[in-house]
Design a protein around this ligand. Structure first.
Ligand code: ADE
Ligand code: ZN
Length: 335
């Protein structure tokens, strides 16, 4: 397969992955069994067969149901460790992981339980495999502003372990403006900000994320291209988009990967990156996203390299570390 070996060898960061979206059915069954939680499927294959989505909401309904199996710190540790093992396989040297506290606190699982399990796995991955990570706490946008305020308050004592806040879940009908005040408070407390925008929602939501939430990156943002002035602004500001090709395919944002606008945006000068979003649900971790996209869009080796360098540039690593990794990307021999 063209470029597969190069993609495997290139170091990269992942900037858009929901830890709850890395929950593989096999681990889901194992944890459900030890927690005495029933799953309405016979086995992992039957679970996978249920993963046929027609839009974002049809996925989210199943994704939240799967996450309900997670109860104890060890569960969050096991989940995160399994994802970080996949990072090692895919040469992801740094990852910025989303977690959705409200999905768990609403079920009576303490914020600390979630965070401690994730943090322990991240610490071990750094010690054992040299993989760096940062955590981004997302607010569920289908819930009221008040719930996001409460979540922010709960997170404040753990500020040192969380680099930023994000916004995810059902996009349409829940514009970024709904969370303008929460994000202002989060920024004041020292959190960086990112937001899902322009996945299913219109370019207007991307403008709101930029102007009202003052984000450092747009998650997805693929619909930005519909607005020429917005695209020009993304280029001028070198505002990163964390694009998730297989997610866009599985959630029917595009009908075929060959129709994806990533290459057009890349050629226009937008700082696009490639990410997996919810790899256990969408059929592939980061390298699989690169491989399928490269094949369907006929990306050349320079473009693949640029995407890897973009992942470092768009990350929250410090500037010196970013340039060291970009040089390492350039030093990988083409195959
Ligand atoms: N939560 C998990 N994956 C998501 C996505 N692709 N869009 C919005 N919210 C999400
Ligand atoms: Zn996402």
């Amino acid at each position: 397969m063209p470029h597969t070996e190069l993609i495997r060898r290139l170091p990269k960061t992942e900037l858009h992955v929901h830890i709850e979206g890395t929950f593989e059915p096999e681990l889901m069954f194992e944890i459900a069994q030890r927690n005495g939680v029933r799953i309405p499927y016979a086995d992992a294959d039957e679970v996978r067969a249920a993963y046929a989505f027609h839009n974002l909401q049809s996925f989210l309904d199943i994704y939240y149901a799967g996450a309900a199996v997670l109860l104890h710190e060890q569960d969050f540790y096991d989940l995160t460790r399994a994802y970080l093992l996949r990072c090692r396989e895919d040469n992801v040297v740094h990852t910025e992981i989303f977690f959705d506290p409200q999905t768990h606190t609403a079920r009576g699982v303490a914020f600390e339980t979630v965070l401690n399990g994730i943090v322990r796995a991240c610490r071990e991955a750094k010690e054992n495999w040299g993989i760096g990570s940062k955590l981004i706490m997302c607010f569920l946008r289908h819930l009221p502003e008040e719930s996001a305020f409460e979540t922010l308050k709960t997170a404040l004592p753990f500020k040192e372990q969380i680099i930023g806040v994000g916004l995810d879940s059902s996009e349409i009908g829940h514009p970024p403006s709904k969370f303008e005040r929460v994000f202002a408070k989060a920024r004041k407390a020292g959190f960086l900000t990112v937001a899902h925008a322009g996945e299913e929602g219109p370019p207007e939501y991307v403008y709101e994320a930029l102007d009202l939430l003052k984000v450092a990156r747009i998650d997805h943002g693929v619909r930005s291209e519909e607005d020429d002035a917005l695209t020009a602004r993304l280029v001028a500001e070198q505002m990163p988009l964390t694009v998730c090709p297989l997610s866009n395919l599985k959630l029917k944002v595009v009908n075929h990967l060959g129709e994806h606008n990533l290459r057009r945006m890349l050629r226009r000068g937008v700082l696009v990156t490639v990410n997996s979003d919810d790899p256990a649900y969408f059929g592939g971790y980061i390298n699989q996203n690169f491989i399928e996209l490269a094949r369907e869009l006929d990306l050349d080796t320079d473009e693949i390299r640029t995407l890897c360098k973009n992942s470092f540039k768009a990350s929250f690593m410090d500037e010196t570390e970013k340039s060291v990794w970009c040089r390492r990307v350039d030093a990988v021999q083409a195959v």
